[in-house]
Structures are given as C-alpha cells and as structure tokens.
Design a protein around this ligand. Sequence first.
Ligand code: PDD
Length: 288
Amino acid sequence: MAVAFLNGEFLPLEKARISPMDRGFLFGDGIYEVVPTLATRPVGLRGHLERLDNGLCALGIHNPKSADQWETLIAELLRKNSEELVSHSVGVYIQVSRGTVMQRAHGFPDNIPPTVFAFAFATAAPPLPDRSKVTPFSVITEQDRRWQRCNIKSTSLLGNVLHFQQSKIAGKQEVILYNDKEQITEASACNVFAVVQGHIVTPPLDHQILPGITRDIVIKSLSRDGIAVEERPLTLAELKGADEVWLTSSSKEVAPVTYVDDKPIANGEVGAVWQQAIESFNRYKFDL
Ligand code: PDD
C-alpha cells in the first residue's frame, strides 16, 4: 500500500484528501519539488531543498519545515514505502500550497497554515551509461508560451503540460522551447545542453528557465573532471546544427537527444561527449 504524507500525518495515498478550497487547487498557488533517490540515497538533496525554500520565499509562503525536517520526512516516506516500491529508482514528490480558506479571493489570506503533501513513486531506471546501449530521445521544438517566471518551480504547470502534450501527439518524448529571439530556454520538464563546435553550452540561469538541480550537478561534475560548460544564450539554429543535444532532469539524469523535429543531430548517433558527461555525473552525483 502506497503511503503519503499530508499535513503532519502519514496515511494511505488513496485516503489522502484536501479541500477543493485549497489555493493549490483553485489557483495553482504552490511550489513543488521532485527529489530523485537511488536505493534510498537522494541525489542533489541540498539543492532541491534550497530551491524549495527559494520558491516558497518568492511566493511569500512560510516554509513549514527546516532542511533537517524535510530530510527526515523524505527518509520516513521512503521507509514506509519500502515494500510498495521495490524499484531502485524512486522519486519523492513534495508540494507546499498556500493553504485552504473558505473564500475564493486572489489576494493572499493572512495567517493560514500551508498545505504540505508528499508521496513516493517509482521512476524509470537511469539511462544506461553506454552510448551504444542507451535509448536516445526524439523531440520537437516550439516557441515557449509559458509565463515570465519559469525560475519558480510553481505547481501552475499548465503551460508546461500543453507544450508536453504537443510532443506526445507527435509521438516524441519531449519538446524543446525557444523564446521570441529564437534562443533556447528549456524543455517542458528538462533543461537543455548542446555540444556546439566542440563546446558544451547550456542557456544561462534567468527568469526563462528552472534552475535545474541536475543541470547544476552536470556542470559541477564536468568541471571537476576539467571540462568547462559555457552558460550562454544558445540559438535554435545552433541547437539544430549541434554535434550533440542532451536533456537533464531529476528523473532522466542526462538523456541524449538524437532527433530534433525529425532531423538527425549530427549523424543521429549518441555522442562521445554525452558518454563523458554521464560518467562524470555518475562519479559525483551523490557528493554535489
Ligand atoms: N521536472 N525544467 C523544468 C520546466 C522542469 O519541470 C524540470 C524538472 C527541470 C529539471 O530540473 P531538475 O534537474 O531539478 O529535476 C527543468 C520535474 C522532474 C518534474 O516536473 O517532474
């Protein structure tokens, strides 16, 4: 039986209930995190908890727990789900919404306790760290139609959901987004990297993209191995003409992309730089 955490208690996931007057439900007024774990060891935990705190701060929601308390909650949730989730790769979803009030009004209500919800779920196995065996992604591209504060990991995900759905309809695994200057922002649920004329490039952190924890671990891991990543604007034309394209996220780690809009990236094979990147990532992912 899957066990969830809701407002201070552990209970069967299927019994968890919140009010329809919760502002998370009415306004998408909340923050979420997905913390990946491998054999119960979290990856990037400090970064995930810092980003959760930053997001709550940006929305003016009080963070109801300290980093230590979140860590204890995650460990407890994994323990309580250990029979249900025998999978090696488990994601922990955490959501904090502004809370419940019996009147629908846009303005923030005063002094209401946030709603805290968490559950654990099995995720796909990490990519095989072998360029001849890993399953590559095929993606489409679209102009980014989301809001102007994509650095906040808000539960208002409709923009992302609508973009992702277009890739699903096209029979692909993701959609890479670009702004009105034809600069890449990110994908609907991943960050983007490309190898352009031998240089690893990823769009810089600003309001247009989520500061991905996996993105950060990839940059730091490569740097430890003496390989630099350029954080600079990346154009759609550069992406399409790149030697390699990768997507990063907590559930996908570093996923190679070999087709963009039905055209091969370089020769359509997974590249040698991806191989280096996944090896660096695997070397340091529990330390960073
Ligand atoms: N998605 N960009 C967006 C829009 C995302 O939703 C995500 C994560 C990322 C990658 O961030 P990280 O490396 O911290 O997972 C980038 C999560 C996994 C999700 O919504 O399920």
